[in-house]
Design a protein around this ligand. Structure first.
Ligand code: ADP
Ligand code: MG
Ligand code: MG
Length: 252
């Protein structure tokens, strides 16, 4: 069992406080969703966890099974079982998707424990089929000339191939048409097991029609202001965020 613990996290950008004390615990086996209006700090949460240098953690902690994630190098995080979609590059010239994925997997497995080539190929074929990805995409350069939808599918392919313990997926649904959205959801749902937990960050409820989260959290003004089950996402879809603002006396 693996647990990602976010405790009283405060994050500033250029000296301005954006996150004002976020508390969240994600265990393997659990699907969490963070929803919220635009500009409330959802992506800041993801970026801070990934260690983006622009995001200054001014207070609080992020730990994975008690180990300080914020002190880890990017490859250490991956080895510890954390997947942050954004940590993977948007484009790399001259490196095929297949080579990139194989070295990313091997980096998480460590020297002397590399994935056997045949096993890798088999797994990649299987996952590409599941995600309805054209087989020639394996030999294309990473994200070069990929459409928005292809990039998102490729991100899910990375997730399935790397098979992390905890994943943080920010706006994985943005810009997808309904068919691509269903495929992305199918990929994430295929990861559902007791060894895998994820945090799905999304502005829209739409994705959650296809992936049922166990927990839904609402972020406003840099804090998680409400948590509940899947019914909370449905209520947000039907009624928007105003009722929460009223309930909490938040002005914007
Ligand atoms: P969300 O993902 O919920 O839409 P963000 O985390 O992207 O919100 O943004 C939260 C706030 O932080 C916004 O006011 C935004 O303008 C600001 N912000 C985010 N990223 C940066 C950045 N790189 N530089 C300056 N301000 C930023
Ligand atoms: Mg935004
Ligand atoms: Mg965002």
């Amino acid at each position: 069992n693996t647990t990602l613990t976010i405790k009283d996290l405060h994050v500033a950008i250029d000296g301005k406080e954006i996150l004002k004390g976020v508390n969240l615990e994600i265990k393997s086996g659990e699907f969490h969703a963070v929803m919220g209006p635009n500009g409330t700090g959802k992506s800041t949460l993801a970026s801070a966890i990934m260690g983006h240098p622009k995001y200054e953690v001014t207070k609080g902690s992020v730990t994975l099974d008690g180990k300080d994630v914020l002190e880890m190098e990017v490859d250490e995080r991956a080895r510890a079982g954390l997947f942050l979609a954004m940590q993977y590059p948007s484009e790399i010239s001259g490196v095929t998707n297949s080579d990139f994925l194989r070295s990313a997997i091997n980096a998480t497995r460590g020297e002397g424990n590399e994935i056997p080539l045949m096993k890798f190929i088999k797994k990649m074929d299987e996952k590409m089929e599941l995600l309805d990805i054209d087989l020639n995409m394996a030999q294309r350069y990473v994200n070069e000339g990929f459409s928005g939808g292809e990039k998102k599918r490729n991100e899910i392919l990375q997730l399935l191939m790397l098979d992390p313990k905890i994943a943080i997926l920010d706006e994985i649904d943005s810009g997808l048409d309904i068919d691509a959205l269903k495929v992305v959801a199918k990929g994430i749902n295929s990861m559902r097991n007791s060894e895998f937990g994820c945090l799905i960050i999304t502005h829209y409820q739409r994705l959650l029609n296809y992936i049922t989260p166990d927990y839904v959290h609402v972020m406003m003004q840099g804090r998680i202001v409400k948590s509940g089950g899947p019914e909370l996402a449905r209520r947000l879809e039907a009624e928007g965020y105003d009722w929460i603002k009223k309930e909490l006396g938040i002005e914007d």
